[in-house]
Design a protein. Structure first.
Ligand code: FAD
Length: 306
């Protein structure tokens, strides 16, 4: 399908933009691997690269260190993720101020999950921000920053219905969110329907699909179960029996991701967020497929734009 479709869309390279998500490394080996990934992806001039934020002080320091290194040693625009978990408002405000002092102008604002992990019941810190919308407000009070927020094409698992999710997303927009990035998904119809429903609910910020290349199907299936993302049968069938065959698994993963992103391009999507898992290979290949080329201005390089 893609050859035919691509030949009908010679213009896609002009209109497509990517961002990449990393997680902060835990040790020197992981740090070296992340840095190889950053350097491999840097020539693609992504719109921004984001660094996740976890529970616990040491994880938070690692996020700050990683963001700082990206600022100091690359031409990329880092976006710092931030959560409300286990912190007072004053503490979160201080973290925001520290990032701003470092030179950060792009944020990804999240409520976060409890320290016990995804799926455990979330209780806001008594003196803290209680959700993503309040955190967006806190960031925007410190400056006119670019603030991305989460969106859930399959509904947030704690949410009773889509209407509750859209209420929350609307509150985030009202507080100054400039873009929503979705949880990963594999059914493009679901994403398209979600965007239509969001527009109908009066939400007009860009909704960027979060794409997770399936580096390890078993891990993805595990994680999907906990964060409310659905693994379709057709996807499970494609990876069936490949757990001990990494070469074929990698080829199938590339085919699956290619099919998903090219189909989204065909549906008019021009902005993609790749969950890289700190690996460059599939993120680079998918960017190439949708028309991103090294050395071209693809919306990135220290740009602070919505
Ligand atoms: P919110 O948007 O604040 O809430 C999620 C939903 O819960 C709402 O839509 C609403 O339906 C419901 N809800 C919340 N509060 C209420 C309420 N008071 N009453 C009724 N319903 C309510 N996690 C991390 O720990 N670190 C990261 O760096 C990180 N990065 C992420 C990046 C992206 C793009 C995405 C999609 C998720 C990320 N997560 C991260 C995961 C995220 O923290 C979890 O999904 C978490 O469960 C919800 O956070 P949120 O900001 O989406 O929550």
């Amino acid at each position: 399908m893609s050859q035919y479709r691509l030949s009908r869309r010679p213009d896609i390279g002009d209109s497509v933009r990517v961002s990449f998500e990393f997680f902060p490394p835990k040790n020197d080996d992981m740090e070296a691997r992340l840095w190889d990934t950053v350097k491999r992806l840097e020539p693609l001039a992504p719109h921004f690269v984001s660094v996740t934020y976890g529970a616990g002080g040491s994880t938070r320091e690692r996020t700050a260190r990683t963001v700082n290194r990206i600022l100091a040693q690359s031409s990329l625009t880092p976006a710092a993720h931030l959560t409300c978990v286990d912190a007072t408002r004053a503490e979160v405000d201080e973290v925001i101020a520290d990032f701003v002092a470092m030179g950060v102008r792009n944020f990804v604002a999240l409520r976060g999950d409890p320290a016990e992990g995804v799926g455990a019941c979330y209780t806001p810190h008594p003196g803290g921000y209680s959700n993503g919308a309040e955190l967006v407000g806190a960031i925007r009070r410190q400056g006119d920053f670019d603030v991305s927020v989460s969106a859930y094409p399959e509904k947030h698992p704690e949410s009773p219905d889509f209407a509750t999710d859209f209420d929350m997303l609307k509150r985030k927009v009202d507080n100054g969110a400039t873009r929503a990035i979705t949880q990963f998904f594999f059914e493009n119809d679901q994403f398209e329907r979600y965007v239509e429903k969001a527009r109908a609910a009066g939400i007009y910020i860009p909704i960027v699909p979060g794409i997770l290349p399936v580096h390890n199907f078993k891990q993805v299936a595990n994680f999907a179960g906990r964060c409310g993302a659905h693994i379709p049968n057709w996807l499970a069938e494609r990876f069936d029996g490949l757990h001990d065959d990494p070469q074929t698994h990698a080829l199938v993963a590339a085919a699956v991701a290619a099919e998903q992103v090219l189909d989204l391009v065909e549906r008019g999507v021009g902005d993609f967020h790749f969950y890289t898992m700190n690996r460059a290979d599939l993120a680079f290949a998918m960017s190439h497929l949708i028309g991103i080329r090294p050395g071209e201005a693809n919306g990135g390089h220290r740009a602070v734009a919505a």
